[in-house]
Design a protein around this ligand. Sequence first.
Ligand SMILES: [Zn+2]
Length: 446
Amino acid sequence: MKTILIKNGKVLRLNDQEVTFQEADVLVKNDKIVQIGKHLAPPVVDLEIDASGMLAMPGLVDTHRHLWETALKGVASNWTLMQYLNGVLGGIAPDYQPEDVYTGNLLGALEAINAGITTIFDWSHIMNSNAHAKAAIDALKESGIRARFGYGTPGTSVWEWFYESRLKHPLDAKTVRKNYLSSDDGLVTMALAIRGPEYSINEVTDHDIRLGRELNIPISMHIGGGTFGPKYHGVRLLAEKGLLGPDLNFAHANTISEDEFELLAAHQCSISVAPEVELQMGLGLPVTGKALKYGIACGLGVDVVSATSGSLFDQMKVALQAERAIQNERLYQSGSMPEKLTIHDSDILKVATIGGAKTLGLDRTTGSLEVGKQADLILIDIKNISLSPSINPVSSVVLYANENHVDTVMIAGKILKRQGKLLDANLENLIERAHRSMERILKERR
Ligand SMILES: [Zn+2]
Protein backbone atom coordinates (compact mmCIF):
# COMPACT_ATOMS: atom_id res chain seq x y z
CA MET A 1 0.00 0.00 0.00
CA LYS A 2 1.32 3.42 -0.90
CA THR A 3 -0.46 6.59 0.16
CA ILE A 4 0.33 10.02 -1.27
CA LEU A 5 -1.33 13.19 0.05
CA ILE A 6 -1.28 16.30 -2.13
CA LYS A 7 -1.92 19.23 0.21
CA ASN A 8 -3.14 22.80 -0.27
CA GLY A 9 -3.41 22.87 -4.06
CA LYS A 10 -6.15 24.41 -6.16
CA VAL A 11 -7.93 21.37 -7.57
CA LEU A 12 -9.70 21.40 -10.92
CA ARG A 13 -13.32 20.28 -10.67
CA LEU A 14 -15.38 19.57 -13.77
CA ASN A 15 -19.06 19.40 -14.26
CA ASP A 16 -21.10 19.71 -17.42
CA GLN A 17 -21.58 23.44 -17.06
CA GLU A 18 -18.36 24.79 -15.65
CA VAL A 19 -14.73 24.28 -14.83
CA THR A 20 -13.53 25.56 -11.45
CA PHE A 21 -10.46 25.35 -9.29
CA GLN A 22 -11.15 24.89 -5.58
CA GLU A 23 -8.76 24.71 -2.62
CA ALA A 24 -8.56 21.04 -1.64
CA ASP A 25 -6.30 18.11 -0.84
CA VAL A 26 -6.12 14.96 -2.94
CA LEU A 27 -5.45 11.57 -1.41
CA VAL A 28 -4.00 8.84 -3.62
CA LYS A 29 -3.77 5.21 -2.57
CA ASN A 30 -1.73 2.98 -4.87
CA ASP A 31 -3.00 3.80 -8.39
CA LYS A 32 -6.31 5.48 -7.48
CA ILE A 33 -7.72 8.75 -6.15
CA VAL A 34 -9.50 7.81 -2.90
CA GLN A 35 -10.47 11.19 -1.44
CA ILE A 36 -10.70 14.86 -2.42
CA GLY A 37 -11.55 17.45 0.23
CA LYS A 38 -10.37 20.13 2.58
CA HIS A 39 -7.90 19.45 5.41
CA LEU A 40 -7.57 15.71 4.80
CA ALA A 41 -5.69 13.95 7.61
CA PRO A 42 -5.38 10.23 6.86
CA PRO A 43 -3.75 8.15 9.63
CA VAL A 44 -0.90 6.92 7.44
CA VAL A 45 0.80 8.87 4.68
CA ASP A 46 3.89 7.63 2.85
CA LEU A 47 4.52 10.86 0.98
CA GLU A 48 3.11 14.35 1.40
CA ILE A 49 3.42 16.85 -1.44
CA ASP A 50 2.94 20.52 -0.63
CA ALA A 51 1.01 21.94 -3.58
CA SER A 52 0.66 25.50 -2.27
CA GLY A 53 0.69 27.88 -5.23
CA MET A 54 -0.02 25.03 -7.61
CA LEU A 55 -2.95 23.90 -9.71
CA ALA A 56 -3.79 20.21 -9.39
CA MET A 57 -5.53 18.95 -12.49
CA PRO A 58 -6.02 15.81 -14.54
CA GLY A 59 -3.14 15.01 -16.88
CA LEU A 60 -3.61 16.10 -20.48
CA VAL A 61 -4.76 13.53 -23.06
CA ASP A 62 -3.11 13.48 -26.49
CA THR A 63 -5.54 11.58 -28.71
CA HIS A 64 -3.43 11.40 -31.87
CA ARG A 65 0.33 11.24 -32.28
CA HIS A 66 2.80 9.27 -34.39
CA LEU A 67 5.39 8.81 -31.66
CA TRP A 68 7.93 7.04 -33.88
CA GLU A 69 8.63 10.36 -35.64
CA THR A 70 10.08 11.98 -32.49
CA ALA A 71 13.67 11.90 -33.77
CA LEU A 72 12.59 13.73 -36.96
CA LYS A 73 11.89 17.10 -35.31
CA GLY A 74 11.90 19.86 -37.91
CA VAL A 75 12.11 17.57 -40.95
CA ALA A 76 8.53 18.40 -42.04
CA SER A 77 8.13 21.88 -40.53
CA ASN A 78 7.84 23.54 -43.94
CA TRP A 79 5.97 20.75 -45.68
CA THR A 80 2.42 20.29 -46.94
CA LEU A 81 0.43 17.08 -46.42
CA MET A 82 1.57 15.61 -49.74
CA GLN A 83 5.21 16.53 -49.10
CA TYR A 84 4.90 14.91 -45.67
CA LEU A 85 3.31 11.72 -47.04
CA ASN A 86 5.92 11.33 -49.75
CA GLY A 87 8.85 12.60 -47.65
CA VAL A 88 8.32 11.02 -44.23
CA LEU A 89 6.17 7.97 -45.05
CA GLY A 90 7.57 7.45 -48.55
CA GLY A 91 11.20 8.48 -48.05
CA ILE A 92 12.11 7.92 -44.41
CA ALA A 93 9.82 5.23 -42.96
CA PRO A 94 11.21 2.31 -45.06
CA ASP A 95 14.66 2.82 -43.46
CA TYR A 96 13.36 2.74 -39.89
CA GLN A 97 14.80 -0.12 -37.83
CA PRO A 98 13.20 -1.48 -34.64
CA GLU A 99 15.76 0.43 -32.51
CA ASP A 100 14.77 3.69 -34.23
CA VAL A 101 11.12 3.01 -33.34
CA TYR A 102 12.09 2.19 -29.76
CA THR A 103 14.15 5.38 -29.42
CA GLY A 104 11.48 7.58 -31.02
CA ASN A 105 8.68 6.11 -28.93
CA LEU A 106 10.56 6.30 -25.63
CA LEU A 107 11.84 9.84 -26.20
CA GLY A 108 8.42 10.95 -27.45
CA ALA A 109 6.55 9.40 -24.52
CA LEU A 110 8.94 11.02 -22.03
CA GLU A 111 8.63 14.34 -23.87
CA ALA A 112 4.85 14.02 -23.52
CA ILE A 113 5.04 13.16 -19.81
CA ASN A 114 7.36 16.11 -19.23
CA ALA A 115 4.70 18.34 -20.86
CA GLY A 116 1.93 17.09 -18.57
CA ILE A 117 0.44 14.47 -20.92
CA THR A 118 -0.54 11.37 -18.96
CA THR A 119 -2.45 9.52 -21.72
CA ILE A 120 -1.54 9.24 -25.40
CA PHE A 121 -2.81 7.50 -28.53
CA ASP A 122 0.26 6.28 -30.40
CA TRP A 123 -0.84 5.93 -34.04
CA SER A 124 1.97 3.64 -35.20
CA HIS A 125 2.16 3.27 -38.98
CA ILE A 126 5.74 2.00 -38.83
CA MET A 127 4.95 -1.72 -38.36
CA ASN A 128 7.61 -2.84 -40.84
CA SER A 129 8.04 -6.10 -38.88
CA ASN A 130 6.88 -7.71 -35.63
CA ALA A 131 10.16 -6.52 -34.10
CA HIS A 132 9.09 -2.93 -34.89
CA ALA A 133 5.79 -3.53 -33.07
CA LYS A 134 7.53 -5.02 -30.06
CA ALA A 135 10.01 -2.12 -29.95
CA ALA A 136 7.17 0.45 -29.96
CA ILE A 137 5.24 -1.36 -27.21
CA ASP A 138 8.35 -1.95 -25.06
CA ALA A 139 9.17 1.77 -25.18
CA LEU A 140 5.61 2.78 -24.22
CA LYS A 141 5.65 0.37 -21.29
CA GLU A 142 9.08 1.54 -20.17
CA SER A 143 8.08 5.22 -20.21
CA GLY A 144 5.26 4.79 -17.67
CA ILE A 145 2.72 6.67 -19.81
CA ARG A 146 -0.89 5.50 -20.21
CA ALA A 147 -1.26 4.66 -23.87
CA ARG A 148 -3.46 3.25 -26.53
CA PHE A 149 -1.06 1.62 -28.94
CA GLY A 150 -2.59 1.93 -32.41
CA TYR A 151 -1.16 -0.96 -34.41
CA GLY A 152 -0.84 0.38 -37.96
CA THR A 153 0.44 -0.74 -41.34
CA PRO A 154 4.07 -1.16 -42.45
CA GLY A 155 6.01 1.96 -43.44
CA THR A 156 7.76 0.03 -46.20
CA SER A 157 5.96 1.72 -49.14
CA VAL A 158 3.57 4.64 -48.90
CA TRP A 159 2.55 3.93 -52.49
CA GLU A 160 1.39 0.40 -51.72
CA TRP A 161 0.07 0.95 -48.20
CA PHE A 162 -1.59 4.36 -48.70
CA TYR A 163 -3.11 6.06 -51.76
CA GLU A 164 -6.17 3.87 -52.48
CA SER A 165 -4.30 0.87 -51.12
CA ARG A 166 -5.44 -2.62 -52.07
CA LEU A 167 -3.47 -4.25 -49.26
CA LYS A 168 -5.43 -5.41 -46.23
CA HIS A 169 -4.26 -4.60 -42.71
CA PRO A 170 -1.63 -7.18 -41.67
CA LEU A 171 -3.09 -10.07 -39.69
CA ASP A 172 -0.02 -9.82 -37.45
CA ALA A 173 -2.37 -7.57 -35.45
CA LYS A 174 -3.72 -10.84 -34.01
CA THR A 175 -0.25 -11.92 -32.89
CA VAL A 176 0.44 -8.54 -31.30
CA ARG A 177 -2.89 -8.68 -29.47
CA LYS A 178 -2.26 -12.22 -28.24
CA ASN A 179 1.42 -11.93 -27.35
CA TYR A 180 1.88 -8.37 -26.10
CA LEU A 181 -1.41 -6.60 -25.42
CA SER A 182 -4.05 -9.17 -24.56
CA SER A 183 -5.28 -7.25 -21.50
CA ASP A 184 -7.53 -4.18 -21.73
CA ASP A 185 -6.72 -3.15 -18.16
CA GLY A 186 -3.02 -2.32 -18.19
CA LEU A 187 -1.40 1.08 -18.76
CA VAL A 188 -0.76 0.19 -22.41
CA THR A 189 -3.72 -1.22 -24.32
CA MET A 190 -4.23 -2.02 -27.98
CA ALA A 191 -6.10 -0.26 -30.77
CA LEU A 192 -6.02 -0.62 -34.55
CA ALA A 193 -4.72 2.27 -36.69
CA ILE A 194 -6.22 1.71 -40.15
CA ARG A 195 -6.04 3.67 -43.41
CA GLY A 196 -9.83 4.04 -43.83
CA PRO A 197 -11.73 5.18 -46.93
CA GLU A 198 -9.40 8.05 -47.89
CA TYR A 199 -6.30 5.86 -48.11
CA SER A 200 -7.55 2.37 -48.97
CA ILE A 201 -10.20 0.86 -51.24
CA ASN A 202 -13.64 -0.02 -49.81
CA GLU A 203 -12.98 -3.73 -49.59
CA VAL A 204 -9.85 -3.08 -47.53
CA THR A 205 -11.61 -0.66 -45.17
CA ASP A 206 -14.38 -3.25 -44.63
CA HIS A 207 -11.78 -5.89 -43.82
CA ASP A 208 -9.80 -3.63 -41.51
CA ILE A 209 -12.80 -2.49 -39.46
CA ARG A 210 -13.97 -6.08 -39.11
CA LEU A 211 -10.47 -7.07 -37.99
CA GLY A 212 -10.54 -4.43 -35.23
CA ARG A 213 -13.97 -5.64 -34.12
CA GLU A 214 -12.85 -9.26 -34.12
CA LEU A 215 -10.01 -8.23 -31.81
CA ASN A 216 -12.46 -6.15 -29.76
CA ILE A 217 -10.27 -3.04 -29.80
CA PRO A 218 -10.89 0.63 -30.72
CA ILE A 219 -10.20 1.61 -34.34
CA SER A 220 -8.75 4.92 -35.55
CA MET A 221 -8.33 6.40 -39.02
CA HIS A 222 -7.54 9.74 -40.69
CA ILE A 223 -10.46 11.46 -42.41
CA GLY A 224 -11.35 14.77 -44.07
CA GLY A 225 -7.81 15.88 -44.92
CA GLY A 226 -7.96 18.69 -47.52
CA THR A 227 -9.51 17.61 -50.82
CA PHE A 228 -9.77 13.97 -49.68
CA GLY A 229 -12.89 14.81 -47.64
CA PRO A 230 -15.16 15.89 -50.53
CA LYS A 231 -13.48 13.44 -52.92
CA TYR A 232 -14.23 10.26 -50.96
CA HIS A 233 -17.07 11.22 -48.56
CA GLY A 234 -15.61 8.55 -46.29
CA VAL A 235 -17.99 8.93 -43.36
CA ARG A 236 -21.04 8.70 -45.64
CA LEU A 237 -19.56 5.60 -47.24
CA LEU A 238 -19.01 3.91 -43.87
CA ALA A 239 -22.56 4.82 -42.84
CA GLU A 240 -24.03 3.29 -46.01
CA LYS A 241 -22.18 0.06 -45.24
CA GLY A 242 -23.43 0.08 -41.66
CA LEU A 243 -19.90 0.27 -40.33
CA LEU A 244 -20.06 3.38 -38.12
CA GLY A 245 -19.98 2.79 -34.37
CA PRO A 246 -18.70 4.17 -31.06
CA ASP A 247 -15.45 2.23 -31.46
CA LEU A 248 -14.40 4.42 -34.42
CA ASN A 249 -12.12 7.44 -33.96
CA PHE A 250 -11.47 9.92 -36.77
CA ALA A 251 -8.40 12.17 -36.89
CA HIS A 252 -8.84 15.68 -38.36
CA ALA A 253 -12.27 15.65 -40.10
CA ASN A 254 -11.51 19.13 -41.48
CA THR A 255 -13.36 18.80 -44.77
CA ILE A 256 -16.15 16.34 -44.10
CA SER A 257 -19.67 17.64 -44.81
CA GLU A 258 -22.36 18.70 -42.33
CA ASP A 259 -24.36 15.51 -42.90
CA GLU A 260 -21.22 13.54 -42.07
CA PHE A 261 -20.90 15.37 -38.74
CA GLU A 262 -24.51 14.37 -38.05
CA LEU A 263 -23.64 10.76 -38.84
CA LEU A 264 -20.63 10.82 -36.49
CA ALA A 265 -22.82 12.25 -33.72
CA ALA A 266 -25.61 9.73 -34.32
CA HIS A 267 -23.19 6.81 -34.13
CA GLN A 268 -21.18 8.17 -31.18
CA CYS A 269 -17.91 8.21 -33.09
CA SER A 270 -15.12 10.51 -31.86
CA ILE A 271 -12.88 13.14 -33.47
CA SER A 272 -9.24 14.00 -32.80
CA VAL A 273 -8.30 17.56 -33.74
CA ALA A 274 -4.60 18.31 -34.39
CA PRO A 275 -4.97 22.05 -34.99
CA GLU A 276 -1.36 23.12 -35.45
CA VAL A 277 -0.44 20.67 -38.18
CA GLU A 278 -3.87 20.95 -39.86
CA LEU A 279 -3.31 24.69 -40.31
CA GLN A 280 0.24 24.14 -41.54
CA MET A 281 -0.18 21.28 -43.99
CA GLY A 282 -3.37 22.41 -45.67
CA LEU A 283 -5.80 19.88 -44.23
CA GLY A 284 -8.39 22.60 -43.63
CA LEU A 285 -9.68 24.55 -40.64
CA PRO A 286 -9.77 22.75 -37.27
CA VAL A 287 -13.26 21.44 -36.40
CA THR A 288 -13.15 21.84 -32.59
CA GLY A 289 -16.19 24.14 -32.62
CA LYS A 290 -18.17 21.93 -34.99
CA ALA A 291 -17.46 18.80 -32.95
CA LEU A 292 -18.67 20.57 -29.79
CA LYS A 293 -21.74 21.91 -31.61
CA TYR A 294 -22.75 18.42 -32.73
CA GLY A 295 -21.97 16.92 -29.31
CA ILE A 296 -19.29 14.63 -30.73
CA ALA A 297 -16.60 13.39 -28.32
CA CYS A 298 -13.56 15.42 -29.25
CA GLY A 299 -9.93 15.52 -28.12
CA LEU A 300 -6.72 17.23 -29.20
CA GLY A 301 -3.60 15.71 -30.70
CA VAL A 302 -0.06 16.75 -31.53
CA ASP A 303 0.04 14.37 -34.54
CA VAL A 304 3.52 14.84 -36.03
CA VAL A 305 6.46 16.08 -33.98
CA SER A 306 8.37 15.99 -37.29
CA ALA A 307 6.48 19.21 -38.10
CA THR A 308 5.26 20.90 -34.91
CA SER A 309 5.85 20.98 -31.15
CA GLY A 310 5.05 18.04 -28.90
CA SER A 311 3.15 20.17 -26.41
CA LEU A 312 -0.58 19.97 -25.85
CA PHE A 313 -0.40 23.46 -24.31
CA ASP A 314 0.45 24.70 -27.80
CA GLN A 315 -2.43 22.70 -29.27
CA MET A 316 -4.86 24.19 -26.74
CA LYS A 317 -3.88 27.74 -27.69
CA VAL A 318 -4.02 27.06 -31.42
CA ALA A 319 -7.37 25.22 -31.16
CA LEU A 320 -8.94 28.05 -29.16
CA GLN A 321 -7.71 30.94 -31.27
CA ALA A 322 -8.30 29.14 -34.59
CA GLU A 323 -11.92 28.51 -33.59
CA ARG A 324 -12.31 32.18 -32.63
CA ALA A 325 -10.81 33.23 -35.96
CA ILE A 326 -13.29 31.01 -37.83
CA GLN A 327 -16.29 32.37 -35.91
CA ASN A 328 -15.16 36.02 -36.05
CA GLU A 329 -14.41 35.82 -39.76
CA ARG A 330 -17.93 34.51 -40.36
CA LEU A 331 -19.32 37.62 -38.63
CA TYR A 332 -17.11 40.04 -40.59
CA GLN A 333 -18.31 38.44 -43.79
CA SER A 334 -21.89 39.21 -42.78
CA GLY A 335 -20.90 42.79 -41.93
CA SER A 336 -20.78 42.74 -38.12
CA MET A 337 -18.18 42.74 -35.35
CA PRO A 338 -18.29 39.99 -32.69
CA GLU A 339 -20.13 41.11 -29.55
CA LYS A 340 -18.79 38.26 -27.44
CA LEU A 341 -16.64 35.18 -27.85
CA THR A 342 -18.64 31.99 -27.89
CA ILE A 343 -15.80 29.55 -27.29
CA HIS A 344 -13.90 29.92 -24.02
CA ASP A 345 -10.65 28.67 -22.52
CA SER A 346 -12.68 26.34 -20.28
CA ASP A 347 -14.20 24.62 -23.35
CA ILE A 348 -10.71 23.84 -24.62
CA LEU A 349 -9.46 22.69 -21.22
CA LYS A 350 -12.31 20.15 -21.16
CA VAL A 351 -11.43 19.01 -24.69
CA ALA A 352 -7.78 18.48 -23.66
CA THR A 353 -8.69 16.42 -20.58
CA ILE A 354 -12.05 14.67 -20.18
CA GLY A 355 -12.89 15.19 -23.87
CA GLY A 356 -9.71 13.40 -24.85
CA ALA A 357 -10.43 10.58 -22.41
CA LYS A 358 -13.93 10.16 -23.95
CA THR A 359 -12.41 10.22 -27.42
CA LEU A 360 -10.21 7.28 -26.47
CA GLY A 361 -12.95 5.44 -24.58
CA LEU A 362 -11.02 5.92 -21.33
CA ASP A 363 -13.27 8.41 -19.52
CA ARG A 364 -14.17 5.95 -16.78
CA THR A 365 -10.45 5.55 -16.07
CA THR A 366 -8.91 8.99 -16.51
CA GLY A 367 -9.49 12.57 -17.75
CA SER A 368 -10.77 14.14 -14.51
CA LEU A 369 -9.91 14.15 -10.81
CA GLU A 370 -12.61 12.02 -9.23
CA VAL A 371 -12.67 9.53 -6.40
CA GLY A 372 -12.32 6.03 -7.82
CA LYS A 373 -10.54 7.10 -10.98
CA GLN A 374 -6.89 6.45 -11.73
CA ALA A 375 -4.48 8.95 -10.19
CA ASP A 376 -3.37 10.59 -13.47
CA LEU A 377 -2.61 14.05 -12.20
CA ILE A 378 -0.36 17.03 -12.81
CA LEU A 379 0.65 20.05 -10.74
CA ILE A 380 1.15 23.39 -12.50
CA ASP A 381 3.24 26.04 -10.78
CA ILE A 382 1.28 29.30 -11.00
CA LYS A 383 3.89 31.12 -8.92
CA ASN A 384 6.06 31.23 -12.05
CA ILE A 385 6.60 34.71 -13.55
CA SER A 386 4.83 33.78 -16.81
CA LEU A 387 1.66 32.82 -14.94
CA SER A 388 1.67 35.40 -12.12
CA PRO A 389 -0.52 36.83 -10.92
CA SER A 390 -2.93 34.04 -11.77
CA ILE A 391 -6.39 35.57 -11.55
CA ASN A 392 -8.16 32.94 -13.62
CA PRO A 393 -6.51 29.50 -13.26
CA VAL A 394 -8.27 28.16 -16.36
CA SER A 395 -6.71 30.90 -18.49
CA SER A 396 -3.38 30.23 -16.78
CA VAL A 397 -3.41 26.64 -18.03
CA VAL A 398 -4.80 27.21 -21.51
CA LEU A 399 -3.14 30.48 -22.54
CA TYR A 400 -0.08 31.03 -20.36
CA ALA A 401 1.36 27.69 -19.30
CA ASN A 402 3.88 25.49 -21.05
CA GLU A 403 5.77 22.31 -20.18
CA ASN A 404 8.26 24.24 -18.01
CA HIS A 405 5.46 25.09 -15.60
CA VAL A 406 4.54 21.44 -15.06
CA ASP A 407 6.03 20.75 -11.62
CA THR A 408 4.74 17.23 -11.02
CA VAL A 409 3.32 14.41 -13.16
CA MET A 410 1.71 11.33 -11.67
CA ILE A 411 0.36 8.42 -13.73
CA ALA A 412 -1.58 5.61 -12.02
CA GLY A 413 -0.25 6.90 -8.68
CA LYS A 414 3.40 6.76 -9.79
CA ILE A 415 5.35 10.02 -9.76
CA LEU A 416 7.25 10.46 -13.03
CA LYS A 417 8.13 14.17 -12.79
CA ARG A 418 8.81 16.06 -9.59
CA GLN A 419 9.91 19.64 -8.98
CA GLY A 420 10.16 20.19 -12.72
CA LYS A 421 12.42 17.19 -13.41
CA LEU A 422 11.67 13.84 -15.02
CA LEU A 423 12.61 11.02 -12.64
CA ASP A 424 14.28 7.73 -13.62
CA ALA A 425 15.02 8.86 -17.16
CA ASN A 426 18.49 8.67 -18.66
CA LEU A 427 17.69 11.54 -20.99
CA GLU A 428 21.20 12.47 -22.08
CA ASN A 429 21.81 8.97 -23.35
CA LEU A 430 18.40 8.77 -25.01
CA ILE A 431 18.76 12.11 -26.80
CA GLU A 432 22.19 11.00 -28.03
CA ARG A 433 20.60 7.81 -29.40
CA ALA A 434 17.89 9.85 -31.12
CA HIS A 435 20.59 12.00 -32.75
CA ARG A 436 22.37 8.92 -34.05
CA SER A 437 19.10 7.41 -35.25
CA MET A 438 18.16 10.57 -37.16
CA GLU A 439 21.64 11.04 -38.65
CA ARG A 440 21.78 7.46 -39.96
CA ILE A 441 18.29 7.64 -41.46
CA LEU A 442 18.82 11.00 -43.11
CA LYS A 443 22.22 9.88 -44.46
CA GLU A 444 20.67 6.80 -46.06
CA ARG A 445 18.33 9.06 -48.01
CA ARG A 446 21.09 11.17 -49.56
ZN1 LIG B 1 -1.90 11.54 -38.07
